[in-house]
Design a protein around this ligand. Structure first.
Ligand SMILES: Cc1cc2nc3c(=O)[nH]c(=O)nc-3n(C[C@H](O)[C@H](O)[C@H](O)COP(=O)(O)OP(=O)(O)OC[C@H]3O[C@@H](n4cnc5c(N)ncnc54)[C@H](O)[C@@H]3O)c2cc1C
Length: 396
């Protein structure tokens, strides 16, 4: 490991790997990437694993396998950033200097943010596709439930592709309907927002599906506590807090920027979330001109998702390459966001929208709020291939 890189990247997830690969394609040399985990996950497949339509082996690769050959993998964990000194400190005490820094360590899952949730995850009836160890547990629980109450909760933003919390509810209902047991299961879907999603056309499509499955929708409501021993959740809604007992709970934890990042000078003063203060279009830090950020850890305005990130990578790579080449950055990110929502185990709709939840369809002639078989095939079968073979290679 060197003690200086022209470009240093923190985080080898979706953002870090695809950006490093693209920078190399743009002839930017001397790139180091800090990543502690020996494996790399394609997280969007976790929902399909929870719904019984994919295997974990399809969602995971060795980190060494996805790391671009020309990029030096620094096996370690960033613990502090000293932008005034152009240096990053690792948890093991090493110090690395940089010319340009890209910060993309993703989001932290705050299991302790809901009383009782962290302990509840070990109980047999509680699961979360947001923990890589659990999508298979989700599917086992869905398969074994024949009657009782199933609760699915979505946390307030910031969250990774927040609507994905609903995806597993619809997939489970479709399975239970197929098994002829849906009528014996009370399904409760808890969302923090005043409407089910926030984009008018998508809300209408989801409401129709919710009615079709007989789901009880709780809007403007959040998970306020879990008592695993009594199999009970506390739900905080417009009329106060109420308790509900469950036989299956799929919970998505609250999320925030990593704690160590919150303590660096990179977040804006007063940003309790701790996200890296970038110009949301240029993706360059507002105060430190050689610091950049993208993906879930950046204080951009868009809905956080891998789909949004795909657009950000192109913008940031071009802007950073321009700056390294002595030119002004000119590319601008358009705040695009996307949430693929499976409505059955064979159909899906792509909700595509901007930072104000206004529709932003890739194919404007197609009704974006319509569930489609081909969209399912794209999300389940084609995107994983595009991810491993093109996106992580900086080619899509
Ligand atoms: C269950 C689930 C389903 C999803 N479904 C979809 C979907 O259908 N469509 C979609 O577009 N998006 C989806 N997403 C969201 C998408 O996966 C994320 O938005 C995307 O992975 C964000 O990329 P990132 O690189 O910012 O973060 P990540 O991909 O999470 O990567 C962050 C990386 O940083 C590393 N890191 C953390 N701390 C440090 C540190 N201190 N030092 C160095 N490295 C560190 C981590 O180990 C990790 O490798 C889903 C997410 C989940 C969890």
């Amino acid at each position: 490991m060197a003690d200086y890189y022209q470009v240093l990247v923190i985080g080898g997830g979706n953002a870090g790997i695809s950006l490093a690969a693209r920078l190399h394609r743009y002839k930017v040399a001397d790139i180091g990437l800090i990543e502690p985990r020996p494996v790399h996950y394609f997280q969007p497949l976790f929902s399909h694993i929870g719904g019984g339509a994919a295997r974990m082996s399809e969602a995971v690769r060795a980190q060494a396998q996805v790391m671009p050959r020309e990029v030096e993998w620094i096996r370690g964990e960033a613990a502090d950033i000293r932008p005034e000194e152009n240096a990053v400190l690792l948890a093991d005490g090493r110090r690395i200097g940089y010319g340009q820094l890209v910060v993309c360590p993703g989001l932290q899952l705050d299991w302790d943010g809901v009383p009782g949730l962290a302990e509840a995850m070990a109980s047999p009836q509680v699961t979360s596709n947001y923990d890589p160890a659990m999508p298979e547990k989700t599917w086992k629980l869905v398969c074994s439930l024949r009657s009782g109450t199933a609760v699915f909760t979505q946390p307030p933003e910031p969250a990774k592709c927040a609507g994905v919390a609903q995806k597993i509810a619809y997939l489970a209902c479709d399975y239970w309907r197929e098994q002829g047991v849906l009528e014996d299961i009370r399904v409760v879907l808890v969302v923090p927002t005043p409407t089910v999603f926030g984009v008018k056309e998508v809300d209408a499509a989801l409401r129709a599906k919710i009615a079709e499955y007989g789901i009880e929708l709780c809007t403007s409501t959040t998970l306020a506590g879990v008592d695993a021993a009594r199999r009970a959740v506390a739900l905080a809604g417009p009329d106060g807090t109420r308790e509900l007992t469950f036989n299956l709970l799929h919970a998505v934890p609250p999320q925030s920027a990593p704690d160590w990042l919150k303590d660096t000078p990179l977040p804006a003063a007063g940003d309790a979330g701790g996200f890296v203060e970038v110009d949301p279009e240029l993706l360059r830090h507002r105060r430190y001109g050689n610091v950049w950020s993208l993906g879930d850890a950046a204080a951009t305005l868009n809905y956080k998702s891998g789909g949004a990130l795909r657009k950000q990578v192109k913008v940031l790579a071009r802007n950073l390459a321009a700056v390294v080449g002595g030119r002004e950055p000119r590319e601008r990110y358009n705040h695009y966001g996307v949430c693929p929502i499976a409505l059955t185990r064979h159909t899906l709709l792509f909700a595509e929208f901007d930072h104000q939840y206004r529709p932003m369809p890739t194919f404007p002639r197609l009704d974006p709020a319509k569930e489609r078989r081909w969209a399912w095939v794209l999300d389940r079968w084609i995107f994983p291939q595009i991810y491993w073979h093109l996106i992580l290679k900086g080619r899509a």
